[in-house]
Design a protein around this ligand. Structure first.
Ligand code: COA
Length: 311
């Protein structure tokens, strides 16, 4: 009995930007992008704002959960591309969803780890008994903060949103079994954005931090749940780079068929990446109720962490 993902929904913009399209924009090649990152294409928002994407994903998650939206007591939205300086993007989503004032709404700024941070906060609310139903959203319009002339970053990112409705259910075996989240503020200069500026990154350093951080957090989360890597049915890693995901699986000695990958189709959608991957894995029949999932992410901050849940 515990915290259960009751419903899930995603939104991806229709416009596809392929590596071949990028070849016409910067000095790069499909071959370079594919071998270094595994990315073939990504989605780019046209007229959609980050709020539009978050609202669509949320509506789908609420419908999928089969709940009345008036039951939602908190909206926790993770993004590094908020719509405004303030108020929080979550407030704009709360308005568009026409949720009552009892649905307190706020953003979290934890970059690509934001969805896991949000899930952890929701889990704490649910387990404390303070709330029964929480909406957790990861939504990003990264195309708006990318320097489309910088080949070292523009090939990596994409837009999209994912949302989950989480509830406390005492009659279900579903639960968040452990969650280990970390921050290393001293490493912020390797991945950041100045106000109104572009995303800046030292790729090689981020690569190493990502593999080591996600592997260590995963081992800690497994230990805390009294499990080993062999018990995990599916790993849903943050989709940043195919090579990072492969190195992570090797470090954890988890066979690659137990690792979900869709970075080839969407690139890195930051806080939206885990809920989008979770949704697609579910749709493809790779997850069923009762499965043990390992979610793990790393992002600007640096922030990182791993969550083990029984779906
Ligand atoms: N197309 C072609 N060449 C490119 C390129 C591109 N899009 N981007 C960089 N290059 C060039 C560099 O200029 C460099 O050329 P040089 O050797 O003449 O100086 C060469 O490719 C190697 O660059 P480097 O940055 O060392 O490559 P890399 O093997 O580290 O791969 C990343 C670069 C970005 C793919 C890789 O470091 C990475 O994925 N890092 C993690 C990024 C990430 O996931 N960030 C988000 C975390 S949430």
């Amino acid at each position: 009995m515990g915290t259960r993902i009751e419903g899930i929904g995603i939104y991806l913009p229709e416009r596809v930007l392929t590596n071949l399209d990028l070849e016409k924009m910067v000095d790069t090649s499909d071959e370079w992008i594919t071998t270094r990152t595994g990315i073939k294409e990504r989605r780019i928002a046209q007229n959609e704002s980050v709020v539009d994407m978050a609202v669509k994903a949320s509506e789908r998650a609420i419908e999928n959960a089969g709940i009345d939206k008036g039951e939602i007591e908190a909206v926790i939205l993770a993004t590094l591309t908020p719509q405004l300086g303030f108020p929080a993007t979550a407030c704009l989503v709360q308005e568009r969803l026409r949720l009552p004032p009892t649905a307190m709404s706020f953003d979290i700024s934890a970059a690509c780890s934001g969805f896991l941070y949000g899930l952890d906060i929701a889990d704490a609310y649910l387990k404390s008994g303070k709330k029964k139903t929480v909406l957790v959203i990861g939504a990003e319009k990264l195309s708006s903060i990318i320097d489309w002339k910088d080949r070292s970053t523009c090939v990596l990112f994409g837009d999209g949103a994912g949302a989950v409705v989480v509830r406390y259910d005492e009659n279900s075996e579903s639960d968040i079994l452990s969650s280990k989240l970390y921050t290393k503020g001293s490493a912020w200069p390797i991945l950041y954005r100045e106000p109104c500026g572009y995303l800046k990154m030292e790729g090689r350093k981020v690569f190493k931090e990502a593999v080591n951080g996600m592997a260590e957090a995963s081992l800690e989360a497994l230990k805390s749940a009294g499990l080993s890597a062999k018990d995990i049915d599916l790993v849903i890693p943050h989709q940043a780079n195919f090579r990072i995901i492969k190195a992570l699986a090797e470090k954890l000695s988890i066979p690659f068929e137990k690792v979900y990958v869709n970075v080839n189709r969407y690139g890195n959608t930051s806080a939206a990446s885990i809920p989008i991957a979770l949704y697609e894995a579910l749709k493809e029949g790779k997850i069923k109720r009762g499965d043990l999932l390992l979610l793990t992410a790393m992002g600007g901050g640096l922030t990182w962490g791993s969550t083990i849940l029984r779906f």
